[in-house]
Design a protein around this ligand. Sequence first.
Ligand code: FAD
Length: 394
Amino acid sequence: MVDVGIIGSGVIGLSIARELAGRGLTVRVVSRDPPHATTSWAASGIFPPAPEWPGAGPGDRLTAVSDRLHRQWHRDLLEETGIDNGLAVCGGLYLAVHEAGLKRLTDEAASWRSRGCRCDWLAADAVRQAEPSLSAAADSGLIRGAMLLPQRDADSPTAASAGAGGLLPEAGVEMISGTAINSLDRDGDRLRSVRCGDAVHHAAAWVLAAGSWSNEFAEAFGPAVRPRPVRGQIALVQLPQPVLRHIINVGLEYLVPRPDGRVLIGSTLEDTGFAPGTTEPAIARMLRFAHRLVPELAAAQLETTWSGIRPGSPDGLPWIGRSLLLSNGFVATGHFRAGWHQSTGTAELIADLITSATPKLDPTPFAVGRPFTGSDVAAATMQRAADDMAAIQW
Ligand SMILES: Cc1cc2nc3c(=O)[nH]c(=O)nc-3n(C[C@H](O)[C@H](O)[C@H](O)COP(=O)(O)OP(=O)(O)OC[C@H]3O[C@@H](n4cnc5c(N)ncnc54)[C@H](O)[C@@H]3O)c2cc1C
């Protein structure tokens, strides 16, 4: 019997598998989908600056710890598999295109500075110099001002998922995918095994990392974990050579350059439940957004489109901790828009809990069953996306 079974092969499940295998435990990942068919594969791979500052809340501390670990994991992946997940500092430009956006961005700039991050404010002229591809948009008067975060990173979830998919079997992790888990066999307060069709998989301990679908396991792991599914759509276009120097953001919409000339255009935040796939109006809007900002992109070939379902949580923090019902059960889900960024710190924290090591991060704020007060973060972010769509007609 393996030491730990992990339900889910997204970035959270795979990162936990890697961390546990690195600590000498035997691990089996059981999932409905292979890594290249998960929400994680569908992500954009944007990592905002992640400073550690005295007033940091638990989410920011998790991101800061994760950010440091990503640099190490990036080097390990490259050394062990030759795969470069593309982690690179490319800087983020945030554009204000209307009065309300200008006010919001000024406040955000002040907030980044208070956290000790370098943050430059650019007038339209300086935007042209920093990002020549935006010259036409600046000339047309579209850009009222911009904030530049030079320390913003991007990586490629596609490459990283492929890397992890190849790396884990070499590290002794057994990967089983292709069939949804359809029943769980309990022995009192312990989860003994999971069943996928006719196959039964045993493990001494279990981690639930099924992203938005974690609700399906509420009967065994406890009803406290109820991620809210939030769909995000992406369009990928291809130019013969790179035209963008930075990640460009307007509100929650963005353009992410890849070194090979591809540009990722994203993303929607939709309350459409578990409905997969892309929609013609959303993709058309994203393309209009890209063409309006960077006219060269109108000549780019639309290579493909896709979507993923983010797992939202009410207070914006993931659930990382022990199951309320299972004595050998752990939960790691609800990372919403930051699952890639927070994956490494999540893996370390769960591995600390499983191996009874002293956690480097205080697990209390992430505990399963914590009370929720205040407004629902996932719902508020979707509302902001809807408001932006109404306010900005690309
Ligand atoms: C468009 C988009 C852009 C994003 N951009 C970023 C970004 O720039 N930066 C960032 O940090 N994050 C980003 N995210 C968020 C990030 O992708 C998610 O937070 C992260 O992928 C969640 O990972 P996960 O492992 O929890 O879930 P998933 O990747 O959804 O994996 C869930 C796993 O559970 C398995 N599963 C589900 N049901 C069952 C079942 N019944 N039986 C067996 N297995 C099951 C699935 O097969 C899958 O393997 C983005 C998301 C989207 C959609």
